[in-house]
Design a protein around this ligand. Structure first.
Ligand SMILES: *Cc1c(COP(=O)(O)O)cnc(C)c1O
Length: 372
């Protein structure tokens, strides 16, 4: 069995240090927003290259509170994609705004920047590009469009910590960057966690209040907030892991390029493309194949932990039925949804495992062609 992700292998390398730090937190009696959160915020702001980083309870909260901090709500429209995890557009719905889906680029799986302007209306307030699978979206064009139409940009960088576009970290282009520390992410906590990044003092202050019941001063509440504090145990874990992220991302890239080589002989397997001048961090290694559903089953039977991210695009989910964006509205998104399959990808994946994954997938693709 080759899993899509094996967190235990990473733990074996850092577990001792994690356990030492966690025990120290447990003994300290300081469990919420203490010294580790403070230090982590500073370390992550420096890492992303922004003025402020605010730790939160999840990536979903980062997206939700980003919209709140920009006063986006009922009557407003927010442009994003349907080819993403539900949380991206769930956040838009939570604040009562309307998600407007733009189709994706079939090569990078990210928002098709040539289709953004047609989706802008007088109600549009923001664009949320997603750096899907760790691939930076085309931030140069997105920022140009946003400036021209006076729109906010909130980057969903939940899958892309450490990725760069033209030498600059994702999460540092827009008004706000959102990150997730869900355990399976490239920088994962051992529970839920999230982060919001910004260069704006006002946004930082607002989010610090929003994450703690809408008040900057304890027991004085200026607006409806939430409880989205990160606990000290998670912050301590993340501080142990953060110094490794560059190395882990680099190993993911090496694994991705090794897969590309292994698949080069099979033209039915479309390997991921990168935009020029990007540093992709391969949260997922996702290829396009024909007869995907059959092959997915075959791989599972053969012990290859392949996954479908995501099996149903957001415009066709029941939760978004009310938008009336039916089948056929986003042809590239729908086509990619039918063809994508994500293969085992993590820094500790071995060459032998990759060879097994590759030869098994090629075999399945060839044999399903004969049947077809
Ligand atoms: C994981 C993820 C989120 C949500 O993050 P959580 O920490 O799980 O709430 C949002 N957007 C994308 C693209 C994600 O991958």
């Amino acid at each position: 069995m080759i899993p899509i992700l094996d967190s235990k292998r990473q733990y074996a390398t850092i577990g001792e240090e994690v356990e030492r730090e966690v025990v120290e937190v447990l003994r300290s009696g300081q469990y919420i927003l203490g010294k580790h959160n403070k230090a982590l915020q500073e370390e992550l702001a420096e890492f992303v290259g922004v003025k402020h980083a605010v730790t939160l309870n999840s990536g979903t909260d980062a997206l939700h509170l980003a919209l709140r901090a920009l006063d986006i709500g009922a009557g407003d429209e927010v442009i994003s994609v349907a080819f993403t995890f539900v949380a991206t557009c769930e956040a838009i719905g939570i604040v009562g705004a309307k998600p407007v889906f733009v189709d994706i680029d079939p090569d990078t799986f990210n928002i098709d920047v040539t289709k953004i302007e047609a989706a802008i209306t007088p109600r549009t307030k923001a664009i949320i590009p997603v750096h899907l699978y760790g691939q930076p979206a085309n931030m140069e064009v997105i920022m140009e469009i946003a400036r021209k139409h006076n729109l906010y940009v909130i980057e969903d960088a939940c899958q892309a910590i450490g990725a760069t576009y033209k030498g600059k970290m994702v999460g540092s282009f827009g008004d706000i960057g959102c990150f997730s520390f869900y355990p399976t992410k490239n920088l994962g906590a051992m529970g839920d966690g999230g982060l919001l990044t910004t260069n704006s003092d006002a946004i930082k202050d607002r989010v610090i209040a929003l994450r703690n019941h809408g008040g900057a001063v304890r027991y004085y509440h200026d607006e409806i907030g939430v409880n989205s504090r990160l606990d000290e145990v998670q912050a301590a874990v993340l501080r142990v892991k953060l110094p490794h992220i560059k190395d882990w991302n680099e190993k993911r890239r090496e694994n991705a390029y090794r897969y590309n080589e292994l698949f080069a002989s099979c033209k039915d397997i479309v390997t991921p493309k990168e935009l020029d001048d990007t540093y992709c961090v391969y949260h997922q290694y996702t290829v396009k194949i024909p007869n995907r559903d059959n092959i997915h089953k075959m791989l599972q039977d053969k012990g290859i932990g392949a996954m479908l991210y995501y099996p149903v695009p957001l415009h066709l989910q029941k939760v978004h039925e009310y938008l009336g964006v039916g089948k056929g509205s986003l042809p590239v998104t729908e086509k990619c949804t039918e063809m994508v399959i994500s293969l085992p990808m993590f820094p500790e994946l071995t060459l032998e495992e990759q060879q097994t994954v590759a030869s098994t997938l090629i075999e399945c693709v060839e044999s399903s062609k004969v049947v077809a």
